[in-house]
Design a protein around this ligand. Structure first.
Ligand code: ZN
Ligand code: FE
Length: 255
């Protein structure tokens, strides 16, 4: 595969990630959580930044843009609906647009809910999705600017991507997410297996991502709001998946 990725931790619990097209040497940072760690990651790999692909406007995803752009003259691609809130945007994109990083190509998928203009970059040829703060491993982002229904629709869009798609997200929240998910699905075997795997990964100092959509569909309760046993477990048997999702998300906020 002509693609390489480099994942690193930054700030308190953010992930940064670089994706590189080996054919052209083009390198994109997915979000720019902070300048220093993105630069350190570039130096560690000997890569030169050509693009920043922004998922949403929050500071922990955009703080590094201005300095990185000054140093690397890289292109900044951001969601059209949030461009006014993001520094130094060169190109705005929306649903259905394509973004190239060298010869690699990503489809832009609008995934609103956490913020109203949040987007996901799906590198379809490489089956890699950068989901920002929409989908986490065994969790999902807080619904801050959008509605519960909007977030559920966004998660369904991601769930519909090929099952072997690798998912990168914006934060290392997996262990806390598992603890919560087990309050609703204590007997879910995929979740039990994921709990053991993630505990091992964290103990070894390794990240718990990327994950795959197949793994998430089996173990992530937020993607399972339309499973009858999940609806029943939160006392909403027979109700709409969006209502069940809203109940799960509301419980997580208080957990
Ligand atoms: Zn955010
Ligand atoms: Fe974030």
């Amino acid at each position: 595969m002509p693609v390489e990725t480099h994942l690193f931790r930054c700030r308190s619990d953010n992930f940064g990630v670089l994706i590189r097209d080996t054919a052209t040497g083009a390198v994109a940072a997915i979000d720019a959580p902070e300048t220093s760690t993105v630069e350190a990651a570039l130096h560690a790999k000997g890569w030169k930044l050509t693009d920043i692909l922004v998922t949403h406007h929050h500071a922990d995803h955009t703080d590094g843009i201005a300095d990185l752009k000054k140093k690397y003259q890289c292109r900044v691609v951001a969601p059209r609906a949030e461009a006014a809130k993001i520094a130094l945007v060169d190109e705005t994109v929306r649903e259905g647009d394509k973004v190239r990083v060298g010869n690699l190509e990503a489809n832009v998928i609008e995934t609103p809910g956490h913020t109203s203009g949040h987007i996901t970059f799906w590198f379809h040829g490489d089956k890699i999705a950068f989901a920002g703060d929409t989908l986490f491993s065994i969790g999902c982002g807080r619904v801050i600017e959008g509605t519960m229904e909007m977030m559920w629709d966004s998660l369904k869009k991601l769930r519909d991507l090929p099952g072997d798609t690798k998912v990168y997200c914006g934060h290392e929240y997996t262990l806390a997410n598992i603890k919560f998910a087990q309050t609703i699905e204590p007997d879910n075997k995929a979740l039990i297996a994921r709990a053991a795997q993630a505990a091992k990964q964290v103990a070894a100092g390794e990240p718990t991502i990327p994950t795959t959509l197949d793994e998430e569909k089996a173990a992530n309760v937020f993607l399972r709001a339309d499973v009858a046993s999940v609806a029943a477990a939160v006392g909403l048997a027979g109700r709409s998946p969006a209502e069940v999702f809203a109940e799960i998300r509301t419980r997580k906020n208080k957990f």
